[in-house]
Every structure is written in structure tokens, then in C-alpha cells.
Design a protein around this ligand. Sequence first.
Ligand code: ACO
Length: 422
Amino acid sequence: MAQSITITDNRSGESVEIPIDNGGVDASSWQKLLPGIWFFDPGMMTTAVTESSITELDGDAGILRYRGYPIEQLAEKSTYLEVTYLLLHGELPTKEQLDAWTFDITHHTFIHENMRKRFMEGFHYDAHPMGMLVSAIAALSTFYLDAKEIHDPAVRMRQIIRLIAKVPTLAACAYRFSVGLPFVYPDNSLPFASNFLSMMWRTEPNFEPDPILARAMDVLFILHADHEQNCGTTAMRVVGSSHADPYSAAAGAAAALYGPRHGGANEEVIKMLTSIGSMENVDAFVSDVKAGRGRLMGFGHRVYKNYDPRARIIKQTADEVFTVTGKNPLLDIALKLEEVALGDEYFTSRRLYPNVDFYSGLIYQAMGFPIDMFTVLFAIPRTSGWLTHWQELLEQDQKIARPRQLYTGTGARDYVTLDQRS
Ligand code: ACO
């Protein structure tokens, strides 16, 4: 059978046959047949906005692969910095390449002193750290004026390295400021995740992050590094398509991540579990959700219609973290909630399963992160995914993103002066 579709314009009887390529049909082909008729797709539910060779996601099968490598294998055997190399370069590094890459990232972790003193310390004392991070990422563009040279691959890579390296420093800086603790400078003798934990928690010179917690942090970074065309990455591509510098584009992506329907969901999960309060209240809570009063946060996904493979790994990581921190008291409520939801026709018929955010917040909370840092913890590794897509977009020389609308407002009318309006 031909791998194609045929579209017929019933007004003229004309048809066009369009081949199905890589699971998609080329919209420019029907545009020739249907000029001025737009494909109506709010939320881009059925639109592929790009070709991409970075991350493969099969939501029905519960598969996630970076550059072909299954997420389960990367989480077990790799490190976050190796994964950033893989994402950006398409291949796993050799030993020499990894050493050079690690050196480069490690030696770009410092932020300009004015960034800390003038910018970060200018925020109100109770500023949300994610709001601080979004603004700080954008402000970095004012420190690196060469960032505008987006067509020079070497300059591009310099900004990529800076952003991957500096976002954890900004994240920890936002946290320390919000609790009134002094800024901790990066310690370049430490690996990436340990350095971040050190900038977060160091209060004495010989502070050493627990290796189990540092590894858990690294695994969480791997799991969150990329997830193809999600809301934040799409924002990155849209802003990047205007040829804005990568700091401005990444700030746009981080702003998208901030929302409770996206990266803000892990924060909402803890609020939800806390408000449920005890296992006895789970059934009543689920009934409320089914009656349309609220959502089960950390459940459901636009693409996964099966168990999110990252949620499975995170559940394991949680067990390891709890051996060090003690069990998060909300875990029992979460487990019961999952059990009730997965046994309920409302959730199974809609194919709603736990997503990456359902258990990640429990780990973060057990490790001592306040809940308003959770989305910040997501933004740190996702920065590498955003930048990989930004690089791909520029290499593809994609056109500026400019969708259409179907106008449904009033027709033309004459201006009415203020004294004549009723
Ligand atoms: N709890 C209860 N019902 C839900 C949930 C949920 N978490 N998610 C979806 N539904 C229901 C909807 O009410 C709808 O039911 P209906 O068909 O009777 O109207 C149906 O399932 C389909 O839901 P949509 O909102 O159309 O699905 P969509 O793909 O647009 O939304 C989303 C996906 C935003 C993730 C949604 O599932 C949700 O809000 N989940 C909770 C928030 C969350 O955990 N977000 C994190 C996602 S992962 C990430 O971004 C990193």
C-alpha cells in the first residue's frame, strides 16, 4: 500500500497526493493546493514543528532515547556531563574528549562579580528562585556581547559551555540569597553535581557532599537533560528562530518551564501530597479529581500514554536517597495515590500514568531543597537540551517561527470618540 495521503479540495475537485515521510506529511505540499487555508491545531497537538535527530520518544511504548541510547542505560552507566557531550555532539566522547569537555565546563562555572553583587542581590528578599533564575539567564547576555554572533560555531559553543556551567552557580546563588546565606564560589576540584551541592549547602570549609546524594543528583540531571519538543524547548526554538542570542532564548525556555503544567508540576506534587495529609484521605482526594475538582499533579503527559520511563528510574533513585536522608513521610501517600489511580478506570481509560515529576519532588524534599527550588533543579540539566535544540535549529537554518491564526473577532468598524461611548 502506498505510504501517502491524498487531500481533495471539494470546492474545485483538485487533489494532491503527499508522501508520508518519517511519520509526517509535508504541510508545504497542501499549501499549494489550499493557499490561505490554515491547519487549525491549537496547542500544536498534531503538528511536527521540525525534524530532529537528538531525542527519540515513543509515548505509547514508554521509550526515551538520547541519540539512540536508552535512558535506562545512560542513567545507570553515564554521567550528566558525558550526556551533555552526547546530546550536543551526537556521539559519546572518547576519554580525551570527555576530559577536555569536563575541563571546559568546570572552568566556566564562575559568574561575573557584578552578576552576583549588582544583579542577584538586587532582588527582593522573598523573590522566587525560579523568577531569579529566568532573569539571571537573560541578564547573562549583557555580559557576553559576542553571543550575538550565532552563525559562528566556535562562538556558539563558547556560549553553550558558559550556560551549562553557570546555570548551577546562578541556581545555588538564588537559593543562598533567598535564605540569607552568603554566596559560595564554585569549587572546580569537584565533579559537576557535587559542586552544585557544595554551592547549595557548604557552611564550613571541609564540606563534602554525600556520594549517594551526589550520584542521585547526577542521575536526576541525566533524566531531565532533554525531552524533545516540550513547551520549554519549543519556546527555545521559537525565540532562537528569530536569531536572538542563546541567553535570551534560554531565558524564554526557562520561563516556559516555570509554569505548573510543565516544570512547575514537581512543586505542585508536594503541595498536593501535603494537603492530602494522610493515606486515609487519598480516596476522597481521587474522587474530587474525578469530579473535576483539581488535577492529580505528577500524572498524565501529552506524549506518554504509558508509564514515563523516567518515573520508573526516579522511583529507584528515591529508595537510594532515602537510605541516606531517611524516608520522606509523604512517600506513603504518594505510593497509595499511585496505587489507587492506577486501579481506577478514570485514570486508566485516559491513559494517565505517573510522569517524571511525581517522585522527583519527594527526592528533592528529602535532600533538603525547599519546594520553590524544584523547578530550578529541573532547569539546570534542561539547559543542555535547550542548547542542543538551539544548535540544531541554526544548523538546519530554519525559518522564523510564525504560525497563523483563524480570526474570530468583530469585522471592521469606525472609531467611537470617548464622549460618544455608552
Ligand atoms: N489529573 C486528572 N485528570 C487529568 C490529568 C490529571 N493530572 N491529566 C489529564 N487529565 C484528564 C483531563 O481532564 C482530560 O479528561 P477529559 O477527556 O474527560 O476532558 C484528559 O485527561 C486529557 O487531558 P488533557 O488536559 O487534554 O491532556 P494534555 O495532553 O493537554 O495535558 C498535562 C497534559 C498538561 C501534562 C496534564 O496531564 C496535566 O495537567 N497533568 C498534571 C500536571 C503535570 O504533572 N505536569 C507535568 C507534565 S511532565 C513535564 O512537563 C515535565
